[in-house]
Write a protein that binds this ligand. Structure first.
Ligand SMILES: Cc1cc2nc3c(=O)[nH]c(=O)nc-3n(C[C@H](O)[C@H](O)[C@H](O)COP(=O)(O)OP(=O)(O)OC[C@H]3O[C@@H](n4cnc5c(N)ncnc54)[C@H](O)[C@@H]3O)c2cc1C
Length: 392
């Protein structure tokens, strides 16, 4: 098996499939295995999978378990809804709700994979083309070692090469990702640099007209992760998702906001900016596997981050792929079909719900008022997502 892409999805697939008996080769086009970006939240559906891979202790060492998720109004500062996480997540779903820095999670996956000895990792290795024959897969790319191109055929290929996937076109007709018209400003602050009252222990989601902000601790509570999503035009070079963000532009895009949020954002010395792109929800199993090629993570189903589950779905994909791969009684094609059948509808549902959450988060006028009233009355039941957190 060859896995294209060594992000959270690709490494998860290599780890899980390695534990299921595969000996994957992971090809990563970057010169080093690394993750940029900032924090990610992981619901119990995700941490349960990581625990099953033997990562419970590693996760404890890098993560933070917030006590609750609190939704506030960006104009009034009032709490409009709250969902207990901590012990409730353990009691209800049997696994914790954890926030981590992406780079820490990536490092933990990489270390576990290297220790397992189940996979070979190749850096500086960009896959450019793929040929699928009846008896195997051949790959090509000017940076690939000859041992992987001229002399090798692989039983299967997993495209885990992210939003701008080059391997996707070998499964579905080529189309470009959708520009959502939303921009995420992100920052990470040492907790120590903040005044006592701004040192959060929880996930705070601020909902405002045409904007929202999400703040939570990562790195065992030593840093605060901040994301502000506003409507606006993306920078020109979309493929390069990490840009410097200008504080003044963010302040202008947000308009008037409550002093508590303003103080928190004012503490940020420098913002990074990500234009948000996605694809329409997956339409069927044919969009996740064809013959000996399967797609996984953002390559298959890039989503808006408003349910905080993009990496989570890549991790769930990896677990499902490993389960199918273990079916040695089936042909490779049937195993990948089994994988896509198991995953497409759940991924589509999460993509759909992420879009809807974004619309609800950004409501204006009377609809915003209605949302706040509904959340005040039914907060916990509106904010909990049992079909998601209980797992696939
Ligand atoms: C603002 C924001 C907030 C988010 N918050 C959360 C959250 O709270 N929780 C959550 O679960 N998710 C969150 N996500 C989503 C999450 O970050 C992604 O869904 C996830 O990282 C996707 O992982 P991936 O491995 O599929 O793709 P990527 O991380 O994009 O990895 C793809 C890898 O493939 C490599 N590659 C690309 N092309 C090739 C090629 N041709 N050959 C070889 N290698 C190649 C790349 O270099 C890269 O290393 C958020 C996203 C954003 C934008």
């Amino acid at each position: 098996m060859i896995i294209v892409g060594g992000g959270i999805g690709g490494l998860s697939a290599a780890l899980a499939c390695g534990q299921a008996g595969a000996r994957p080769q992971v090809l990563e086009r970057a010169a080093t295995f690394s993750e940029v970006g900032a924090g990610i939240q992981m619901g119990p559906n995700v941490t349960r999978t990581l625990h099953a891979w033997g990562l419970a202790e590693d996760l404890k060492a890098i993560g933070f378990a917030p006590r609750k998720l609190e939704a506030k109004d960006t104009q009034t500062g009032q709490v409009i809804g709250s969902l207990p996480l901590g012990q409730r997540s353990l009691d209800t779903y049997g696994a914790p709700y954890v926030t981590v820095h992406r780079a820490d999670l990536h490092r933990v996956l990489l270390q576990k994979l290297m220790r397992s000895g189940h996979a070979q990792l190749h850096l500086d290795s960009e896959v450019e083309a793929v040929q699928q024959a009846a008896d195997g897969i051949q790959i090509s790319g000017s940076s690939l070692p000859a041992s992987l191109t001229e002399f090798s055929q692989f039983s299967a290929m997993v495209g885990a090469d992210g939003l701008w996937s080059a391997t996707r076109q070998f499964v579905v007709p080529p189309t470009t990702p959708r520009v959502t018209g939303l921009i995420a400003y992100r920052a990470l602050l040492p907790m120590q640099s903040l005044p006592e009252k701004l040192r959060l222990q929880d996930v705070n989601v601020w909902l405002g007209p045409r904007l929202h902000a999400v703040l939570y601790p990562v790195q065992c509570g030593e840093c605060l992760n901040l994301v502000v999503v506003v409507q606006g035009l993306p920078p020109e070079n979309l493929n390069d998702w990490d840009h410097a963000g200008h504080k003044e532009e963010l302040v202008r895009a947000m308009g008037p906001i409550h002093a508590d949020l303003r103080d928190m954002l004012a503490a940020v010395p420098a913002w990074r900016l990500w234009p948000l792109c996605d694809r329409p929800p997956v339409q069927g199993p044919h969009e996740m596997a064809k013959g000996r090629i399967a797609l996984l993570g953002d390559a298959a189903h890039p989503m808006r981050p408003f349910l905080a589950q993009g990496a989570g779905m890549a991790i769930e994909d990896a677990a499902a792929l490993a389960k199918s791969w273990a079916r040695a009684d089936l042909s490779v094609e049937d195993r990948l079909q089994m994988y896509s059948q198991a995953r497409w509808a759940r991924n589509a549902q999460v993509q759909q719900r992420s879009i809807r959450n974004g619309q609800i988060f950004h409501l204006q006028g009377p609809l915003r008022w209605g949302r706040n009233v509904a959340m005040k009355l039914m907060g916990e039941s509106l904010m909990d997502v049992p079909w998601l957190y209980a797992g696939p």
